[in-house]
Design a protein around this ligand. Structure first.
Ligand code: EPU
Length: 344
């Protein structure tokens, strides 16, 4: 068995969360392989305390110090592990600690498509399946083949197929019934050499036209367009602390949607099985929150779904603001918003 990496005490998590919250971990360790992870999980100090696995720290909000052990996943590796005979598809394996955008760039460099619409999403490969990351008409589940994960209680490595992951909108079994039971160590995607690009969502096609690409865009072109759109709307965590969308877009019944639409003619809505998905950003903006600033924290001025830390904000203040926003949307529209970010 590999020897366990060093356990550090009272470590500031400021560099490890994109919200830029200065919380401390009682214990902290990094692991670079499944063996190192197993060795850590076998330590009594680790076994006896609460565990938090960190990837890029891009989907969580610390509202207090963390009294357990933070395990930072630094397992690397990007490789093509199989090609089909006709070479139409390839299986790409990525270590869970790789940056997600690094994987997108690797795929493009190998002329493989399927994840170009997910360009520039912050965070790591290992975190991507937990919430089935999605943007611009694509979700992780569309290209997902399987993942490898270590069971915390036994240290055993096991494989999860697509079906076993139970993917939904920003959901998986790892956020639900299997929460805090497994640590993802590797993800395998099935990507395409015969491209089927999706440029129908939002501003992708107009952005491509602005870039001078009118016909036959390449996966690289689509990636560039997505990067431009994201940069124009979403704050760069290196400059303004944030965790992307703070809330999920709520799904309401058709009857509820019709009732609201009669009152608010410009309410957007997208049909989903069993109802209509409405943009939380629209509801929040209508309640007057967009661009509001309260000292060090507030609501982003170009995307009302994003809460921001302008520098030095307390996580608890951001959580309290989120609760105020939820209450005001409930009062004005009778719609319940749910955080997408993990609040600790
Ligand atoms: N809108 C507003 N006000 C705003 C922003 C948007 O009214 O300030 C309305 C507009 O009507 C717009 C609609 O909301 O047409 C949708 O906006 P946008 O395309 O920006 O997407 P979103 O629904 O707000 C979702 C994802 C994002 C993802 C984008 C693009 C969720 C919770 N968020 O946001 O994901 O990048 O679509 O696909 O589903 C993330 O999860 O962290 C994230 C950034």
């Amino acid at each position: 068995m590999a020897s366990a990496p060093a356990l550090e005490h009272h470590v500031s998590l400021l560099p490890y969360n994109t919200f830029g919250i200065d919380a401390k971990a009682r214990l902290f360790a990094r692991f670079r392989s499944v063996e190192e992870l197993r060795a850590l999980l076998a330590l009594p100090e680790v076994q006896q305390t609460e565990k938090l696995v960190l990837g890029g720290g891009s989907n969580l909000l610390f509202t207090q110090d963390f009294d357990g052990v933070v395990l930072k996943n630094e397992i690397t590796g990007l490789e093509i592990i199989a090609q089909d005979e006709a070479q139409d598809t390839a299986l790409v394996r990525a270590g869970a600690g790789e940056s997600w955008h690094g994987l997108v760039q690797y795929a493009l460099s190998q002329n493989l498509s399927g994840i170009e619409n997910l360009s520039l999403i912050p965070g790591t490969v290992g975190a991507a399946p937990l919430q089935n990351i999605g943007a611009y008409g694509a979700e992780l589940k569309d290209t997902f083949d399987h993942l490898e994960a270590v069971e915390i209680s036994s240290g055993q490595l096991r494989t999860f197929t697509h079906e076993q992951c139970g993917f939904g909108y920003r959901e998986s079994v790892f956020k639900g019934p299997l929460r805090n039971q497994y640590i993802v160590t590797g993800v395998v995607l099935q990507l395409r050499r015969k491209h089927q690009l999706n440029v129908s969502y939002g501003a992708i096609s107009t952005t491509l036209a602005d870039m001078g690409i009118e016909t036959e865009p390449t996966p690289h072109d689509v990636s560039e367009a997505v990067i431009q759109i994201r940069r124009s709307k979403l704050p760069d965590p290196a400059q303004i602390g944030n965790a992307g969308s703070f809330f999920k877009n709520p799904e309401i019944s058709q009857a509820k949607y019709d009732e609201l639409k009669a009152q608010y003619a410009d309410l957007p809505g997208y049909p989903v099985p069993g109802g209509v998905k409405v943009p939380a950003a629209w509801l929040i903006e209508q309640c007057g929150w967009k661009g509001r600033r309260f000292g060090a924290h507030g609501v982003h001025d170009r995307q009302a779904l994003v809460l921001v830390n302008h520098g030095g904000a307390q996580g608890s203040a951001i959580r309290d603001l989120a609760h105020e926003i939820i209450a005001s949307v409930r009062e004005k529209f009778g719609v319940e918003l749910h955080p997408e970010v993990n609040i600790l």
